[in-house]
Ligand binder design. Structure first.
Ligand code: CU
Length: 120
């Protein structure tokens, strides 16, 4: 009886790990940029976290931080040298320069929140 239980637990553990990696490898759909787009900062994820933006145009991203933990306090665009503090429960505008075609990740300062801009 005990060994059955151990086997079941082991199986659950394996399934759990498989599910975790499946989640980690899963890509959310690419969201088209529009001026009214608001990126929610909540529960460890940016929503949306993959955004298609027009290249060669200055744009503004709106971040709405709902996560009060210090983890979410800054949004950082390492390739653009941009770091912006996000007050809680508020929309913060982040002005971006004209981008060349390419991919530009953005993260919190500890890289737990992760997002990607795809300029094209
Ligand atoms: Cu963080």
């Amino acid at each position: 009886m005990m060994s059955v239980l151990v086997n079941v637990l082991g199986l659950l553990l394996i399934l759990g790990i498989a599910w975790w990696f499946w989640l980690a490898g899963r890509k959310s759909p690419l969201q088209h940029y529009q001026e009214s787009l608001v990126i929610l900062v909540k529960d460890g994820v940016y929503e949306p976290d993959r955004i298609e933006v027009p290249a060669g145009r200055e744009i503004i991203l709106n971040f709405q931080r709902e996560d009060a933990s210090p983890c979410a306090e800054y949004v950082v665009f390492p390739d653009l040298n941009i770091s912006k503090q996000l007050p809680v429960n508020q929309i913060t505008e982040v002005q971006l320069p004209k981008l060349e075609k390419g991919e530009y990740p953005f993260t919190c300062q500890m890289k737990m929140y992760r997002g990607l801009l795809v300029a094209g």
